[in-house]
Design a protein. Structure first.
Length: 203
């Protein structure tokens, strides 16, 4: 039997080409060229925009160093100017909050955040999200007060609730007279008790 010789090809190392330095005058033509290549679509917003709304985005040296990103200073693409501002602010916030110290790259952080936001939430409502009670309109209350006085002249006149809320008793009266209670647009704010300064404290 003849021995077959297996030729092992040497894998050539891909030489990294040194990025070309563009001048300020080159940017305008470069933006138009890449805008056509991208078919006018912003890679971040995934929508089509005119070339005038787009800017040439690049990786800042400061961000590359702190966020351990390769290709410092190189152009990444042509994106919408507001998307460019958004991306830059995200990188700045990550650094300002010290999240880069946790040895996580910006792409990984954003990917993890997106996965987290799309996760199914727990079936519990946070205390801060509890629906706020609406403030009962004084005009609506005064109308009810008149109806109660007309129908029950011997009863004690109604008083507007200190809390501003629709109490159980008031609700029963509204239902009895077939009147729909009306509320102010604003919600009831937590009333903080202010300590009254005594004459001794003032002096």
């Amino acid at each position: 039997m003849k021995k077959t010789k297996i030729k092992i090809r040497k894998i050539k190392k891909i030489k990294k080409t040194k990025p070309k330095e563009l001048t300020g005058l080159d940017l305008s033509n470069f933006r138009k060229k890449i805008h056509i290549k991208q078919r006018g679509i912003c890679p971040i917003l995934k929508k089509e925009f005119p070339v005038e709304s787009m800017v040439v985005d690049h990786l800042h040296k400061k961000h590359a160093k702190l966020l351990k990103l390769p290709n410092s200073g190189q152009i990444r693409g042509v994106i919408h100017r507001q998307a460019n501002s958004f991306e830059g602010k995200i990188a700045n916030v990550l650094i300002r909050l010290g999240l880069h110290k946790f040895n996580i790259s910006l792409p990984d952080l954003l990917r993890n955040t997106a996965n987290y936001l799309e996760r199914e939430p727990y079936p519990y409502l946070h205390p801060s999200e509890k629906p706020k009670a609406k403030e009962l309109s004084k005009n609506s209350f005064n109308l009810l007060k008149k109806l109660v006085l007309l129908n029950y002249p011997n009863r004690k006149p109604l008083e507007y609730p200190k809390s501003g809320k629709l109490t159980k008793k008031l609700k029963e009266y509204y239902e009895e007279f077939g009147v729909e209670p009306k509320f102010n647009k604003r919600s009831i704010k937590k009333r903080t008790k202010r300590k009254k300064k005594t004459i001794e404290e003032i002096h």
